[in-house]
Design a protein around this ligand. Structure first.
Ligand code: G1P
Ligand code: ZN
Length: 543
């Protein structure tokens, strides 16, 4: 089989962000754009000859074309085997599961997560290492450096492979194995959770709706929830994956998952509702007229972990991203287990999990997971909640009320200002930074500022340092205001403001979070001058 070395030139801007390289489909379709990046990955990840690569994506527009190019490049670069999901599909957590199960060298996952899909929307690619988790920053920076030096890439001349049938065949010296995209992941879920107890719950007078948002989790949810656990057909809504996600924005939050939210807040609402995102790693948990913040969800999981067979002997610890609320910290303290605060992005959890320091991890951005894989995992979180509800025989709201009574409530909200002018966004953060000294000791929203800083993290396992991970205003009573710029957007800048205040008084726990945090929200606007600089008077999305 003929290996071609195609001459190319560096293309600017191929630096992976919070979660891989993302850009508009039209950018990815430019000559050499994808191939340059893939070759740069292959060039820096070590000796790949004779190794196995896992490959799959969330099925968005351009997924199939990208897979064909990558298979031919893998063959030309010396991989012995590619494991590719049927139809080119693998959810992000399923890809992580497959990498680990088959001892692959790593995997390429094609996804821009929850960003809209279609010819004019987004595409993305990220590389996961042999532990199944996102490549750490040193590796992604090496990839970026390589993209700026590249002069040629290798690709074999071959026909496109048939991705639709399970089976294996050769491309030159490389074997291509098309695998069932769901089976390995479903088997792992069965190992972790008490499927009998969940089946029992679903047989009771318990109603449940799962929204796959026309994205990758549809086939996974149908197999696991409907076929294996016996939930009635139709429990999974929007379960047919589409390459444009049905024109939607598959981000499971109160704004974008409004179809599900309307059902859970409507008449005859089901007992439980959940949704996942474009590539299946995020989750949203709802009860009847009740929203569980992702920060609280992590804390509840930690407090109830022993109800789940895989964690019955207890968990080693929890880790949360810095902007995530401190609710889980209170559980960790009560349980006497490890608790870590990391920068935003799942890649920072991998070392802690590999070292056995933590079992559960979570981010306020609707991400929760455990050491069963090295990605956050949407359906896993849904099954975790079903397992808790099956054992406790309580409503979602009941579980939370009990949790807050025991640990207190961390009121929490994130306000996003999307597609803001980049210079204005940078200035918003700079305004706060400029007041680091003067804010200290001042009273804002009735609370005294204890300290301000730019969050930095030293990885306790490998000692690597990550700086500028968010501007923090920390109050004496533990309340926090945090400003961060998104690292996953593809147009302009997105400012995220994270707000948190702690309330021990049970009589206040029923308050709406926006009401409880109103003073903090005003303070955030005032110190950052966000409204003046951006011309915005309200956030694009509130979660
Ligand atoms: C966002 C979330 C972050 C998450 C990432 C990938 O990144 O905030 O928690 O890990 O997506 O799903 P951001 O856009 O804030 O950089
Ligand atoms: Zn995602």
């Amino acid at each position: 089989m003929q290996v071609q070395a195609i001459s190319t030139q560096p293309i600017a801007g191929q630096r992976p962000g919070t979660s891989g390289l993302r850009a508009k489909v039209k950018v990815f379709q430019q000559p050499h754009y994808l191939a340059n990046f893939v070759q740069s990955v292959f060039d820096v990840i070590g000796d790949i000859s004779g190794q196995t690569l896992v490959l799959g994506g969330d099925g968005r527009y351009f997924n199939r074309e990208a897979i064909q190019i990558i298979i031919k490049m893998a063959a030309a670069n010396g991989f012995a085997k590619v494991l590719v999901g049927q139809a080119g599909i693998l959810s992000t957590p399923a890809a992580s599961c497959v990498i680990r199960k088959y001892d692959a060298f790593g995997g390429l996952i094609l996804s821009a997560s929850h960003n809209p899909a279609g010819p004019d929307e987004d595409f993305g690619i990220k590389y996961n290492i042999s532990n199944g988790g996102p490549a750490p920053e040193q590796v992604t920076e090496a990839m970026f450096k390589r993209t700026s030096e590249i002069t040629a890439y290798n690709i074999v001349e071959a026909d496109d492979v048939n991705l639709d049938e399970i089976g294996q065949f050769n491309m030159g010296d490389m074997q291509v194995q098309v695998i069932d995209a769901v089976a390995d992941y479903a088997a792992l879920m069965q190992d972790i959770f008490d499927f009998d107890a969940i089946r029992g719950l679903l047989e009771q007078d318990f109603s449940f709706t799962f929204d796959a948002m026309h994205a990758v989790t549809g086939p996974y949810a149908k197999v696991i929830l409907e076929d294996m656990l016996g939930a009635p057909k139709g429990t999974v809504m929007n379960g047919e994956p589409k390459d444009d996600f049905g024109g939607g924005h598959p981000d499971p939050n109160l704004t974008y998952a409004h179809e599900l939210v309307d059902i859970l807040y409507g008449d005859d609402a089901p007992d439980f509702g959940a949704a996942s995102d474009g590539d299946g790693d995020r989750n949203m948990i709802l009860g009847n007229h009740f929203f569980v913040t992702p920060s609280d969800s992590l804390a509840v999981m930690a407090a109830n972990a022993t109800l789940v067979p895989a964690y019955k002997d207890g968990i080693a610890g929890v880790a949360r991203s810095m902007p995530t609320s401190g609710a889980a910290d209170r559980v960790a303290e009560a349980l006497g287990i490890n608790c870590f605060e990391t920068p935003t992005g799942w890649k920072f959890f991998g070392n802690l999990m590999d070292a056995g320091k933590v079992t559960l991890c979570g981010e306020e951005s609707f991400g929760t997971g455990s050491d069963h894989v090295r990605e956050k995992d949407g359906l896993w979180a849904v099954l975790f909640w079903l397992n808790i509800l099956a054992v406790r025989q309580e409503s979602v709201e009941g579980v939370l009320a009990d949790h807050w009574a025991k640990f207190g409530r961390n009121f929490y909200s994130r306000h996003d200002y999307e597609a803001v002018d980049s210079a204005a966004a940078t200035q918003v953060l700079q305004n706060v930074r400029d007041q680091f000294d003067s804010l200290k000791g001042q009273t804002l929203a009735g609370r005294v500022v204890q300290m301000c800083d730019d969050f930095a993290y030293t990885d306790p396992i490998d000692g690597s340092v990550s700086t500028n991970q968010g501007v923090r205003v920390l109050f004496e009573d533990g309340s926090r205001i945090i400003f961060r710029l998104s690292g996953t957007g593809t147009s302009g800048a997105t400012i995220r403001i994270y707000l948190e205040s702690y309330e021990a008084d049970v009589s206040q726990h029923g308050l709406d979070a926006q009401v409880a945090l109103a003073g903090m929200i005003d303070a955030a606007n005032q110190i950052s001058k966000l409204p003046e600089l951006t011309g915005r008077d309200k956030p694009t999305v509130i979660t």
